[in-house]
Design a protein around this ligand. Sequence first.
Ligand SMILES: [Zn+2]
Ligand SMILES: [Zn+2]
Length: 80
Amino acid sequence: MSDNERMPWCETCGMRKSPVGRSVPIEMANSLCNDDCDGYRKDPQPSGHWIGEECAAFSNFTNECAICGAPLFFIERGER
Ligand SMILES: [Zn+2]
Ligand SMILES: [Zn+2]
């Protein structure tokens, strides 16, 4: 997943989209697109991850990323 897939640029406001369902630090809130923007839920869709954040870092006791649901088995083996 590239940076632009993790936090795509909003075509409406021109800012990066904040990760879905994650708490945004107050000092970053004014420089990220959020649900208040008409473009937030339009394509390109926001992901659940911050830039640089790996799925496996949030592995729980299932075989899926707790945030985006990607199957970690495939990610670890580089098969996807
Ligand atoms: Zn926006
Ligand atoms: Zn993930």
